[in-house]
Design a protein around this ligand. Structure first.
Ligand code: NI
Length: 175
C-alpha cells in the first residue's frame, strides 16, 4: 500500500551498469515532469480513499525523500559507514500540508531537486560508490532492505532511492 509498505529484502543489484542506470534516472525525471505537468491541479488533489495520499501528497513525499537522500548521498562520501536516520513519512507529509501547495510549483521543486541528485550521483568517485560499508542502517531505512549482517554500498543506496521514486511515480500515474 501507499503508506509505509516495504518491499521484501533483496540482495541482487539490477543488472544494468551504473552509466546506463544514470541515463535512465535522468530520462525518468524528464518524462515524469512532462506527465505531471499534464495532470490537472484538481486531479492532483483527488484521493482514492480517505487514508490514501493524493498525487500531490505522493509528490510531496518524493520531495521529502529527495531532501533526506541528498543528505545521505553527500555525507556518505566523508564516512566509512552508511548510518542514517529515517524520517516519519506520514508526519512529514501532514505537517507540510502538501495538499494545499501549488501543484505546478511542487512539480518544479521535485523536478529540479532530482536533476540535482542525478548530477550528484554522477560525480561520486567510483571507489567511494562501490566501497563496502560493514556498518549501515539499510536494514531500516532502505526501500529494498539490506540485512544488517551484509555490507552495503552507496551505489546500492542511490539505486534504491530511484527504485522508491519509480514506485511512487507508478502510483501517481495509475490514478
Ligand atoms: Ni515511500
Amino acid at each position: 500500500m501507499r503508506l509505509g509498505a516495504r518491499n521484501p529484502i533483496i540482495h541482487a543489484m539490477p543488472p544494468q551498469n551504473y552509466d546506463d542506470f544514470l541515463k535512465d534516472f535522468h530520462a525518468t525525471v524528464l518524462d515524469a515532469t512532462t506527465r505531471l505537468r499534464e495532470m490537472p491541479e484538481a486531479e492532483s488533489r483527488c484521493k482514492n480513499a480517505p487514508d490514501d495520499w493524493a498525487p500531490i501528497e505522493i509528490l510531496g513525499h518524493l520531495v521529502d525523500s529527495a531532501a533526506n537522500n541528498h543528505q545521505r548521498f553527500v555525507r556518505a562520501q566523508f564516512t566509512d559507514d552508511l548510518v542514517f536516520p529515517g524520517y516519519e513519512q506520514n508526519e512529514w507529509v501532514n505537517s507540510q500540508n502538501y495538499a494545499d501547495e501549488s501543484w505546478p510549483e511542487l512539480i518544479q521543486l521535485w523536478s529540479a531537486y532530482n536533476l540535482h541528485l542525478h548530477h550528484v550521483a554522477s560525480v561520486v568517485p567510483a571507489a567511494i560508490l562501490t566501497k563496502p560499508r560493514a556498518t549501515h542502517t539499510l536494514d531500516q531505512i532502505a526501500f529494498n532492505l539490506v540485512e544488517k549482517s551484509k555490507p552495503a554500498t552507496l551505489e546500492y543506496l542511490i539505486r534504491d532511492y530511484v527504485d522508491h521514486l519509480r514506485h511512487h511515480l507508478d502510483q501517481i500515474f495509475a490514478a
